[in-house]
Every structure is written in C-alpha cells, then in structure tokens.
Design a protein around this ligand. Structure first.
Ligand SMILES: Nc1ncnc2c1ncn2[C@@H]1O[C@H](COP(=O)(O)OP(=O)(O)OP(=O)(O)O)[C@@H](O)[C@H]1O
Length: 352
C-alpha cells in the first residue's frame, strides 16, 4: 500500500510542465466575441503563479479551462495539462479549488454536500483513509477539527474542510480561484507555506487567482495578467520582472508596503485608461458600466441559472421571496376581509 502511494508521486526530475497551451481561443457563445483570445501559457514545475486582472477579464474562465470544468467551445494549437490533452479536477494530478462545485445543482435541490449534517471525518471517507498521512498534515496545517458537523461550520471552517478533501491526493497542478479569502490570516499563511513545501517536494505548481495580496509578495514566484482585451500576458518571473523590481526599489515616501498590490493597481490603472475609449460614447465611466452589469446579475451563478431556466425550480433567494410574497398576499386578504366586515357593520348601523 505504502509502495503504491509512493509510486503515485512523481519525482521532480520526471515532471512535465503542468501547463503548456498555445494559441487557445474560447467563447461561451459562438455567436458572440470570444472570451479568451490567442492565449499562450506555459507554467513550469515548481511555479507559484498569481493570476490577476479586472473583474470580468476572464480569469475564472481560464481556470475552469485548466481544470476541465470548461471543455467545449475552444480551439488551440497545443493543449497540455500535466502532459495530457484533457484536464479534469481530481484526475491526473489536477486539484481545483474553485466555486463551480458549490454552484452546480444536485439531487438535493439547493443543498450543497458540504452543508449536510455529517462530520468532517465522514466527507469522502475512503479518500481520507487512503491518504491518511496527507489528511493528518492538512488537519494540522489548516486547523481542522474532524468532529466538526458540516451543518454547523462557519464559512471559513467549511472552506478548510473543502481544501483538505481536495488536496488529499498529491497534486501536480493546484488551481485556486479566490478560494482562500475566507481563511483567517494565520490559517492562510500556514496554507500557503504548505503549498510552497508541496511544490518544492514534487515539482508541483499552483495557479492562484486573487484580488487580495497579503501573501503574494512572500509566496509567489510568478505573476500573469488576464487583461481587459481578453489576452493573457506572459507568465512573468518576479525575480526578473522589471516593473515589479522597480516597485521593490522605491524608497522614502514612494516605498510600497505591499509591492504586489502596487504592481497590480498600476497595471489595472493602465489597462482601464487604455480601454477608456470603449466607454466614451455614452459618457459612462467604466465603474458605472460594471455596476450596471452587476446590478442586473443574479450573482456568481447567473449564467448557470439562466441556462437552467426554471427547470430546477430553485434559484438563490427565490424561496425566501416566495414566502414573503405569500405572507404579503395573505396579510392583504386579511386586511381586506376586515375592511369589508367593518363597512358592512357601518352600513347596517346606518340602516337601523
Ligand atoms: N457561464 C458563462 N456563460 C456566459 N458568459 C460567461 C459565463 N461565465 C462568465 N461569463 C462571462 O465571461 C467573462 C469573463 O468572466 P470571468 O468569470 O472569467 O471573469 P473574472 O476575470 O474571473 O472576473 P472576476 O474578477 O469578477 O471574478 C465575463 O464577461 C462574464 O460575464
């Protein structure tokens, strides 16, 4: 058993580039403009890559492609994830820490497996048994209590259990889409140190998409930008990336206390300025356009909700609205009956 477990873990010398993609174009809707254009992305073993970009630029879309959540509507000259032409979460060394699983509707309409009344130790129990050593390490790193009832967990505690389950199998490519935001900073630091150790041990790599940079300067080795024009930047090696090195070199009142934050902010300012002509027609600034769009959204799962139409009969918040509406109708009817009774009483009194 031990032998088998060990043979699953490649040695650093054996590992291929976790990501090697050339000229990939993707559109959610073939009749509309592509959401990703001519993407080239090569990530080498033992890379810790921060993926950044403006809202709606296409970061999550890219991460879903890397992990096989999206597999249609794309064309490419080369597509290799851990050496294979197809990707999937929990297959061939891919681990996806992202939101799609949560959003997907299940047999338990509106219920997610991570909110059921079971103990953390009972989630994917066979995997926990099979990778007991890794499980115990993740328990220590993240501060998980295996007796937690999932039903009673806080958001952060639930995230910790989900991370623990998803990393039970040794990964070669771990893709994190804004997943660590709920972790307190102590746990987050321990989690990122753990990822560093995992990368070094097996030549694994991590792609981490975030808008929060508290760990970034200490942890990351590379940065890549999904740009507003839907083109991915090169994967920049931070140790030699000039704009980043320039920020590190600033002193006095120009000194940056969080260089990655400054780098991303300045890059986004540049991109928004370059794209500003797109918004001149109706004289709206970009923020207005984004707010308008978000105001019409049903939240993160809006596209899935639209596609599902009304067939699931469940959309976040609908049940609550339905109850409220039903209560309001009942209250209105009660008031109407009272008024009619009062009017009848008055007209009877007048007639007497
Ligand atoms: N399932 C979908 N169907 C159609 N369009 C989608 C779908 N998911 C995302 N999009 C669109 O693709 C574009 C990129 O979205 P994506 O979620 O990848 O952006 P993002 O860079 O992760 O943004 P954020 O920082 O806000 O999370 C957006 O215009 C979005 O509306």
């Amino acid at each position: 058993m031990e032998e088998e477990k060990k043979s699953e873990e490649p040695t650093v010398a054996e590992v291929v580039d976790p990501v090697n993609i050339e000229n990939l174009t993707f559109a959610y809707d073939m009749n509309k403009d592509p959401n990703i254009v001519g993407l080239n992305c090569k990530i080498e073993p033992n890379s810790k890559v921060i993926l950044v970009g403006a809202n709606g630029a296409g970061k999550s879309t890219l991460l879903r492609i890397l992990t096989g959540q999206i597999f249609m509507g794309m064309s490419s000259k080369k597509f290799s994830i851990n050496g294979k032409p197809k990707a999937n979460d929990q297959y061939n060394g891919v681990a996806y820490l992202g939101g799609t699983w949560k959003r997907r509707r299940t047999g338990f309409e509106g219920m997610c497996p991570y909110t059921m009344d079971v103990a953390a130790s009972e989630m994917m129990a066979d995997w926990q048994e099979q990778f007991k050593e890794r499980r115990d390490e993740l328990v220590r790193v993240l501060g998980v209590n295996l007796n937690w009832r999932m039903l009673e967990c806080s958001d952060g505690q639930r995230k910790k259990v989900r991370i623990m389950i998803k990393l039970l199998r040794p990964f070669q490519l771990c893709v994190i889409d804004e997943f660590a935001a709920d972790l307190d900073i102590f746990s987050r630091k321990r989690f990122f140190d753990y990822l560093t150790k995992e990368c070094e041990a097996r030549g694994a790599s991590v792609v981490y998409c975030t808008h929060i940079f508290d760990q970034a300067d200490e942890w990351a080795s590379h940065v890549m930008f999904m740009q507003l024009n839907k083109v991915l930047s090169p994967v920049h090696f931070l140790a030699t990336y000039e704009p980043y090195q320039n920020i590190l070199a600033r002193t006095g009142k120009y000194r940056s206390f969080c260089p990655m934050y400054t780098l991303v902010l300045e890059e986004l300012e540049r991109q928004y300025r370059e794209q500003s002509e797109l918004f001149e027609d109706d004289n709206k600034c970009l923020a207005d356009v984004i707010m308008d769009q978000q105001g019409q959204e049903l939240g993160g799962d809006r596209h899935e909700a639209e596609e599902a139409g009304d067939q699931t009969g469940w959309v976040s918040g609908r049940l609550t609205r339905q109850f409220i509406t039903e209560e309001q109708v009942a209250a209105r009817e009660e008031r109407k009956q009272k008024r009619i009774a009062l009017e009848n009483q008055q007209s009877n009194a007048e007639a007497m």
